[in-house]
Design a protein around this ligand. Structure first.
Ligand SMILES: Nc1nc2c(ncn2[C@@H]2O[C@H](COP(=O)(O)OP(=O)(O)OP(=O)(O)O)[C@@H](O)[C@H]2O)c(=O)[nH]1
Ligand SMILES: [Mg+2]
Length: 459
């Protein structure tokens, strides 16, 4: 990839629409635009102002489209380079034709994420802001939107910057020691530095632990619906979805595989998983399905455990109670429209540690209560992390913070055990490096490749 190339790509999705935007960035962008686009009326438009004109094929002079054009000169543009947007009529043929003309005039097709990558390389945005752009486009809920917007506004970058300044202050302290002390750190200084490191470790750990909330806001929590066969798990899924997604029959062992669907609960996205009924017996297919059900239950953030109020408690129910031990979630005592045999008290006596809700998937009785309980459970999951709401949402962020934590921990033990200040400084430098990698201040091409790979062409 050569930054001096002028790149072009449609900025709008393929297909028909009212308007399609073809975007150019690079040193030739303005020249290419002037060769193709001719303003209607007298003067060419001012920078950053839309003007109406015609796009013409420079070879033949034939009009290709009537289109608006906006020129955004460097450096105050999306990418930090000269940027031009041609707002054409939104038909796939027109877009192909206009892109073709720009390429004939010297542009080349952009690679996925190349506009954002250039914005990053030219210092317009940091890596976390670039990731926020990708997140914004994939948003499916209010919580994901707010999280992506905060990150786009630099909330995460600022927090990481603060942590990094903390490390820099400690390093400065150490440098002074290295310059002026000839034998190791003196005791009061050492304790002071260790205390500073301990405070910093707490702050980094808080941000590290916000991953769960960040992921929850971005991707949603997963709730597995578990229970023995025929208790009404698939009926509960269908009820929450408001659609006949899973097959429901009177035969135990109907659901064989994990069925996954997304819903939103207030601001939160929630992925519901209907699973095979857990029991000892069954054929090979059912046993595989039960294996998957148990896997889902282990991985899920929440469990919705379903029991049949019209049937006595059995060994298979006991397995479900066991599955719910120490887990967040809610238990449904389903089929409460039928004469009751199993009571909430008995479930609690049998060792179930979750709130129990009397429910009927048939009559929908208890649905508002279930939604409330799930909402509360999601809020509780989301409560971890810094109080100001800054949260990390990607494995990449978590790894960088884990590395910083490890390095700071090492620095602290070195300081406490009276190691020479140079040794402490090496660990502090590693922590600073890890934090810098998070925002992209430090790092190689491989990090950038990994971040921008998930972008589509035109972003
Ligand atoms: N009376 C009554 N019947 C229900 C209720 N919920 C589900 N059923 C019935 O119970 C039977 C089993 O329902 P499913 O939703 O398929 O149960 P499941 O737990 O998914 O069963 P498996 O997939 O076999 O594990 C069906 O005949 C449903 O119509 C309820 O609240 N009341
Ligand atoms: Mg089922």
């Amino acid at each position: 990839m050569y930054a001096e190339d002028t790149i072009v790509a449609p900025a709008t999705p393929p297909g028909k629409g009212a308007v399609a935007i073809v975007r150019l960035s690079g040193g030739l962008a303005m020249r290419i635009a002037r060769a193709l686009w001719h303003p209607l009326g007298s003067a060419p438009p001012l920078p950053r102002r839309l003007g109406l004109g015609e796009i013409r094929d420079p070879q033949t002079g034939a009009v290709v489209d009537r289109a608006m054009c906006v020129m955004m000169p460097a450096p105050a543009s999306l990418t930090g380079e000269d940027v031009v947007e041609l707002h054409c009529h939104g038909g796939p043929y027109i877009v192909r034709r206009v892109v073709g003309l720009t390429i004939a005039a010297g542009a080349r097709m952009a690679e996925p994420g190349e506009f954002s990558r250039r914005a990053f390389l030219n210092g317009r945005i940091d890596l976390t802001e670039a990731e926020a752009v990708a997140d914004l486009i994939n948003v499916r809920s209010e919580s994901a939107l707010q999280q992506a917007l905060a990150q786009l506004n630099g909330a995460l970058a600022q927090r990481v910057g603060q942590l990094r300044s903390g490390v820099v202050a400690i390093r400065a302290h150490l440098e002074a020691e290295i310059d002026f002390a000839d034998e190791g750190l003196n005791l009061p200084r050492r304790k002071e530095i260790a205390a500073d490191l301990a405070r910093l470790i707490d702050d980094v750990a808080l941000l590290h632990d916000s991953f769960r909330r960040g992921r929850l806001a971005r991707d949603g929590a997963r709730a597995a619906i578990v229970g023995k066969p025929n208790v009404g798990k698939s009926s509960v899924l269908n009820l929450l979805l408001g659609a006949d997604r899973a097959i429901v029959t009177a035969f135990p062992g109907t659901t064989r595989d994990v069925i996954e669907e997304s819903v939103t609960l207030g601001p939160w996205p929630l992925v519901l998983q209907d699973t095979a009924g857990v029991r000892e017996a069954g054929d090979e297919v059912e046993r595989i399905g039960i294996g998957r059900a148990l896997g889902s239950a282990t991985e899920a953030d929440l469990l919705i455990a379903v029991f049949d109020a019209s049937r006595p408690f059995e060994d298979d129910d006991a397995r479900v109670v066991e599955l719910c031990r120490e887990r967040a979630g809610i238990a449904l005592l389903n089929k409460s429209d039928l004469p009751a045999v199993l009571s909430p008290t008995e479930l609690l006596d049998r060792g179930l540690g979750m709130p129990v809700l009397s429910f009927s998937a048939l009559s929908a009785a208890g649905t508002p209560g279930l939604r409330d309980e799930l909402g509360r459970a999601l809020e509780a999951l989301a409560a971890a992390g810094p109080a100001d709401g800054v949260a990390i949402s990607r494995e990449r962020h978590r790894e960088a913070l884990a590395q910083a934590l490890e390095a700071l921990g090492n620095a602290r033990s070195s300081a406490l055990s009276g190691m020479p200040p140079e040794i402490v400084a090496v660990d502090a430098a590693a922590a600073s490096q890890a934090l810098g990698a998070l925002t992209g201040e430090v790092g190689g091409e491989d990090v950038l490749d990994a971040v921008f790979r998930e972008f589509c062409i035109g972003k």
